[in-house]
Design a protein around this ligand. Sequence first.
Ligand code: ADP
Ligand code: VHF
Length: 372
Amino acid sequence: MQSVIQKAKRIIIKVGSSLVTNDGKGLDNDAISKWATQIAALRAMGKEVVLVSSGAVAEGMQRLGFDKRPTSIDELQACAAVGQMGLAQIYETSFRQHDVHTAQVLLTHADLADRERYLNARSTLFTLLRFGVIPIINENDTVVTDEIKFGDNDTLGALVANLIDAQALIILTDQKGLFTADPRKDPDAKFVHQAQAGDPTLEVMAGDAGTGIGRGGMYTKILAAKRAATSGAHTVIAWGREENVLLRLADGEAIGTQLTAQTGQLTARKQWMADHLKTAGKVVLDAGAVQKLRQEGKSLLPIGVTAVSGEFGRGDVVTCVDSDGHAIARGISNYTSAETRLIMRHPSSEIQAILGFLEKSELIHRDNMVLL
Ligand SMILES: Nc1ncnc2c1ncn2[C@@H]1O[C@H](COP(=O)(O)OP(=O)(O)O)[C@@H](O)[C@H]1O
Ligand SMILES: N[C@@H](CCC(=O)OP(=O)(O)O)C(=O)O
């Protein structure tokens, strides 16, 4: 069996609290520096990596002298705020050894539910990856309360995989992967090498966190794999301390539990767009723009648009049609319908002069578009 990671170009790697903090004893410099070395090597192979790291609360607890997880929200948030400094510092130092820059990205549920913020997060992450930076993501714990939390970073990892169309999600944890039951409680539990993401029988096997340090346990990892698969990403759950785990996965070795996505990435992305985003209007393209989109895989520039119908805002999905009204593509607009009417037929170099600002030189970026 080959690892699904080998072919993946864009990968989300999620590391859990107990790993990062050495079971709550404090940030594990050695382990973190090994992952940084491996991630730097993956990047050198041309892979794009985004790290989702837990551990802020666990590290903050350690720094503030809590021996068990506080129950009040304000104390948890204080721990997260303190611990996040440690996380940022240790990742920055570890990656610097490899001349790799890191970026701290703290997200909340609201950031991904709101279309404009969703797009901003997406384009910031793409830009960081283009600069060769490793984004290090965590939930912005200090501003969220229980009701609006992702709650666990397994879910956040999957949402980030959806957000930037990653091909794979690697969840590093303190077990070798999924067992048929929690191995801490059931010594007869069998290891699951491979399954389909979203298979409901997996949810029965997976229990909650075995320690007081991690949050989600195996259950949220299984749900994360299901969610990641909706945009076509495969998931691997593996032990974070396995020697060279990331490099071996990239080399094709089937370590850990592989949960494969059944739907191809493009179909999944189209489905996602269809499910999540309503079409708010139409733009009519000239023949040159149709050719650029269809044959050359390019973004849509305002100069290729000849007419606009309907009213849409920035971040809304619009349908692109040819001069006969046939649908060509669907994508997320960087400009409102009113702005598009002003800048259509104009080169992007004139957007600033016409509107008084430049949002993006494309009306719809390729990354935010599906051909129909
Ligand atoms: N079926 C299962 N297979 C493996 N581990 C399981 C299973 N059910 C529950 N667990 C527990 O989930 C834990 C990992 O989850 P968690 O502590 O939240 O880790 P992390 O901090 O890496 O997110 C394991 O240590 C294990 O005790
Ligand atoms: N944002 C929290 C994440 C907590 C969490 O999900 O932990 P885990 O189950 O170990 O991934 C923190 O950094 O402590």
